[in-house]
Design a protein around this ligand. Structure first.
Ligand SMILES: [Fe+2]
Ligand SMILES: [Fe+2]
Length: 261
């Protein structure tokens, strides 16, 4: 199978946007595949790991060059990174829009799957977000602990209510709009997001809780809130394809902490 054939297979069933970022980013679309790496970000480190493994293709979710459409000038980091990628000979495709724009968005699907939660994911009227009606009520503290244990997120942040059970959860992974509207929605008690504006969103949740309302914002970090969708993609590729090897390569969280080596 060639790289472009696999990509066409992956995006099949998604919706085409007029302008999509889901295109080839580097390398040869006709490259024959023996090893396919899947990762959240093509960081310098993940590209090197993929190269060491002998990957022919990397499928990424996020931009490689710090702009959604990667329309960026030749900054020193961009030039050096492009050289590294070109020298690796690896073909890179981005799988983002087609992944989100499905009947079931594969990012929240993967997050909920690896969290081990049961419940129903449904679209909301707000941008890039979903209602998650959990089968079992859970507190924010329990959920945050689960995120650290099951998803390996190093520091989950909780603003607002910590210890009231709820099933009324909204999923706003990555950096979407609409988080404030969801926090204000009376049918939602807990909003899970990737990265968030503290002065507005987190303070709203803190005040709501102090006024006796059940309202929580849980901040997982951008990578922590989306990478498990890519993990699930890698799992499915390895289950469905014996014609090439698939490996999920962890890009790691972008921040480090003072209590780490
Ligand atoms: Fe994202
Ligand atoms: Fe995303």
């Amino acid at each position: 199978m060639k790289a472009h054939e696999l990509f066409e297979e992956i995006i099949n069933g998604g919706h085409a946007k007029e302008k999509t970022c889901d295109v080839i980013k580097a390398g040869d679309p006709n490259k024959e595949l023996k090893k396919v790496a899947v990762t959240m970000f093509a960081t310098v480190d993940t590209v090197k790991k993929a190269q060491e493994w002998g990957a022919d293709m990397i499928i990424v979710h996020e931009p490689t060059y710090y702009d959604h459409f990667e329309e960026i000038e030749d900054l020193p980091v961009v030039v050096a990174k492009r050289k590294l990628i070109e020298n690796s000979g690896i073909t890179i495709y981005r799988y983002h829009d087609y992944m989100h724009d499905r009947e079931v968005d594969q990012i929240p699907e993967g997050e909920i799957y690896y969290l081990g939660l049961k419940g129903k994911i449904e679209k909301t009227p707000y941008s890039a977000s979903y209602f998650f009606k959990a089968d079992e009520p859970i507190t924010a503290l329990e959920l945050a602990n689960k995120m650290e244990k099951e998803l390996g997120i190093k520091r989950v942040r909780i603003a607002g209510t910590r210890d009231k059970k709820s099933t009324k959860i909204a999923l706003c992974f990555g950096t979407p709009g609409g988080v404030f509207e969801l926090l204000c929605d009376e049918n939602i008690e807990m909003v899970l997001t990737g990265e968030a504006c503290e002065w507005r969103l987190a303070e709203y949740a803190r005040d709501a809780d102090a006024l006796g309302m059940n309202k929580t914002l849980i901040v997982m970090g951008h990578i922590g809130s989306e990478r498990d969708g890519m993990r699930l993609l890698a799992k499915r590729l390895s289950e469905n394809h014996t014609d090439f090897e698939t490996r999920y390569i962890e890009c790691g969280e972008v921040y480090t902490y003072t209590d780490e080596e």
